[in-house]
Design a protein around this ligand. Structure first.
Ligand SMILES: [Zn+2]
Length: 446
């Protein structure tokens, strides 16, 4: 009989494959696939600990991705050329290619989020495999001073540890058991890819080259075979939710910061996995040597260093370094080499900012234009005339992110001029006031 954490829910489970609701006491133990998930009740200690930790991470270590990061730029380039890209995706990708340039967007950055749900994954075959590995490590690292030195405790500096006085096993995230390096770490992913991971586990052995593999879209670009991520062939994790967030793309336009909404006026969900990870014996890599090590590590398959279970790269403090080099934040990175050292325990479904419901952006812009046109204007300025024409065309075109950028530009909330924009509105003009009033209390206020 396998032991599962006591904070896993007793009820509310559905089969991952079929979405069928299940009562755990009624399944056939011997033949069942034992792959379920259930939402964690927001009133539980476990939920409180995880939410508290994520909120703390975002506040304590805000993150901004590197300017024109190569993976992001390659991916945007691919999307502009992919015949399967919708016009919305293509427009967003073209905009992304101008990142940091005139009229282009800024690199993705972290911001507070709203958690829509935290789901617990109950995949017993995977959990059993993981538990067996953990028991092996516990036996190999007896809890005395010597073992600690060789093992885990002296190595890792967490980017945003969160101590609480809860009695829950998740009270001191990201740590669960310091002696064997058992912790909960973030892995950003898409809904589709997450679906494979919760069923089959993390699969570093598949040897997907992280240099060519795009986490968000699942696009594989075979440009440099056998060159893995910075720490070799492995699955990569972060202890910074902010950093993970900068890789989370909108499923609609596949960009990072956008104005997309569902039919009901709400944002599309984004996903991150909060995985249980055994760091075990850590190969400690210093960021100062990072660039020198790249070539060596990138070609290191996971079986080359059997004495190590994971690679840890210590990050610099974001706040003091990233402005200096404009390279974004260098945060802790964890590369884990074997499937049985990782368990996809929690699925975080979230939206950036507030999970609010309201009129869509085109509706708000239309409302402002209608309100303006209902009055007589004897001295309509050229700026107003041009802005009206440009906004009406943008509403018609349906590219919400472009529309959002235009609105922000016309209201002087955005320093860089979007492509095709005309001159800014004067703050004392009546159309400025109508437009500002329409979006002022909306999620689009900027
Ligand atoms: Zn979008």
């Amino acid at each position: 009989m396998v032991t599962t954490p006591d904070y896993w829910p007793g009820t509310g489970w559905t089969r991952i494959a079929t979405k069928e609701a299940i009562d755990l006491s009624e399944i056939d133990e011997a033949t069942d696939s034992h792959q379920y998930w259930a939402p964690l009740d927001p009133s539980t200690e476990a939920h409180r600990c995880i939410k508290g930790y994520i909120d703390h991470c975002i506040l304590a270590k805000p993150a901004q991705s590197s300017l024109r990061e190569i993976t992001r730029m390659n991916r945007a380039g691919d999307l502009t050329r992919d015949p399967k890209s919708t016009p919305l995706i293509r427009a967003a990708a073209e905009r992304r290619l101008r990142e940091g340039q005139d009229g282009g967007p800024q690199p993705p950055r972290s911001q507070p989020i709203t958690i829509r749900s935290i789901r617990v994954v109950r995949n017993l075959p995977l959990w059993q495999w993981y538990s067996k590995t953990r028991d092996g490590l516990l036996a190999a690292f007896p809890r005395d001073g010597n073992a600690l030195r060789a093992g885990f405790a002296s190595h890792v500096t967490w980017s945003a540890p969160h101590r609480t006085d809860s009695a829950c096993a998740l009270a001191n995230l990201p740590e669960i058991d310091r002696n064997i390096g058992e912790c909960l770490l973030f892995h950003g992913t898409t809904e589709e890819k997450m679906g494979y991971i919760v069923v089959g586990g993390f699969r570093p052995d598949l040897g997907i080259d992280t240099n060519n593999f795009d986490n968000m879209s699942g696009v594989i670009r075979i440009t440099k075979p056998h060159a893995y991520g910075f720490s070799g062939q492995a699955t990569y994790f972060s202890d910074s939710f902010g950093k993970t967030m900068t890789y989370g793309a909108c499923p609609k336009c596949l960009d990072y910061e956008c104005g997309c909404r569902r039919e009901d006026g709400r944002q599309h969900s984004r996903y991150a996995i909060l995985a249980r990870v055994l760091l075990g014996r850590i190969d400690h890599k210093f960021m100062a040597r990072h660039l020198l090590d790249q070539k060596k590590y990138r070609r290191t398959a996971f079986h080359d260093k059997p004495e190590h279970h994971s690679v840890y790269t210590k990050g610099y403090d974001v706040t003091s370094w990233y402005n200096m080099f404009q390279t974004g934040c260098w945060t802790n990175e964890f590369a884990v080499k074997r499937s049985q050292f990782m368990y996809p325990e929690f699925i975080i479904e979230y939206v950036p900012g507030r999970d609010d419901q309201g009129p869509t952006l085109p509706a708000l812009v239309r409302q402002a234009i209608t309100k303006y046109r209902q009055r007589r204007h004897f001295n309509q300025s050229k700026q107003t005339k041009d802005a009206l024409r440009t906004l009406e065309a943008a509403v018609e075109r349906g590219d919400l992110t472009r529309l959002l950028n235009l609105v922000h530009w016309y209201l002087g909330k955005r320093p860089a001029k979007p492509e095709g924009a005309t001159d800014k509105l004067k703050p004392d003009s009546s159309f400025y006031k109508d437009l500002n009033a329409a979006i002022e209390t909306s999620p689009y206020r900027g």
